[in-house]
Design a protein around this ligand. Structure first.
Ligand SMILES: N[C@@H](CCC(=O)N[C@@H](CS)C(=O)NCC(=O)O)C(=O)O
Length: 220
């Protein structure tokens, strides 16, 4: 792993879209004070499916981070890459294998379970063609996302004695990711008042300058 700090000359370009999971890495980039250019895609115009963007990320999704070494995709990978590229920002417990695995476990749960449960609301066509099946998946979202919120609340409760962040006392990239996905809960039909730790976490992370800057730049 190289510890040479990326500079503006290294030419990182970050591809995002408003109101998406791409907010998480955008926040992390600002927490790290990373130099990067932002490209905001217009999903309304299906820009994620344009030939130009598919040449960058053939998956047709955001986020994507273009670096001189190549393009990286998948939020947990990008979050760790940012944390490792800017170790002085302290965005992950890089020298503690167990703690780092806990952070990766948390981020993997967000990516593979929470995000996928959320996607059943608007992106059911990924999994079924039958209109009734798509409606049935949509109807299930409040239940599955409530179960996810319960799991996340329990995780925060387990570390609450050490501090208010996912990893306890220390802010990490997991907080940026949790903030991003927990902002979807109301829209997914979850009664957020039942999850006071999640609400307090969202409030706290939402006030950080890096979060506010990313929200302003990305348009939500
Ligand atoms: N597993 C990917 C998921 C990326 C993803 O699905 N992004 C959504 C936005 S939240 C997207 O680009 N959707 C565009 C589309 O479905 O056309 C990750 O965690 O980065």
């Amino acid at each position: 792993m190289s510890h040479a700090l990326p500079t503006a000359d290294d030419g990182w370009t970050y591809y995002s879209a408003p109101g998406t999971c791409a907010l998480a890495v955008h926040i992390a980039l600002h927490e790290a004070q990373a130099p990067f250019q932002l490209v905001t895609l217009d999903f309304g115009a299906q820009q994620q499916q344009s030939p130009d963007y598919l040449a960058i990320n053939p998956k047709g999704r955001v986020p994507a981070l273009k670096t001189p070494q190549g393009v990286l995709t998948e939020t947990p990978a990008l979050l760790l890459f940012v944390a490792q590229s800017f170790p002085q920002a302290g965005l992950a417990p890089l020298d503690d294998a167990f703690a780092l695995a806990r952070l990766q476990s948390f981020n993997s749960y967000l990516a593979s379970t929470v995000h996928v449960a959320h996607a059943h609301k608007r992106r059911g066509a990924r999994w079924a063609d039958d209109a009734a099946a798509i409606e049935a998946m949509k109807a299930k979202v409040p239940q599955t996302m409530t179960a996810c919120a319960q799991q996340l609340e329990s995780t925060l409760a387990a570390t609450a004695a050490q501090g208010p962040f996912v990893m306890g006392a220390q802010y990490s990239v997991a907080d940026a990711y949790l903030y991003t996905l927990s902002s979807w809960l109301e829209g997914d039909g979850v009664d957020v008042q039942a999850f006071p730790l999640l609400l307090a976490h969202r409030e706290r992370i939402g006030q950080r300058p890096a979060t506010r800057r990313a929200l302003e730049e990305s348009g939500g």
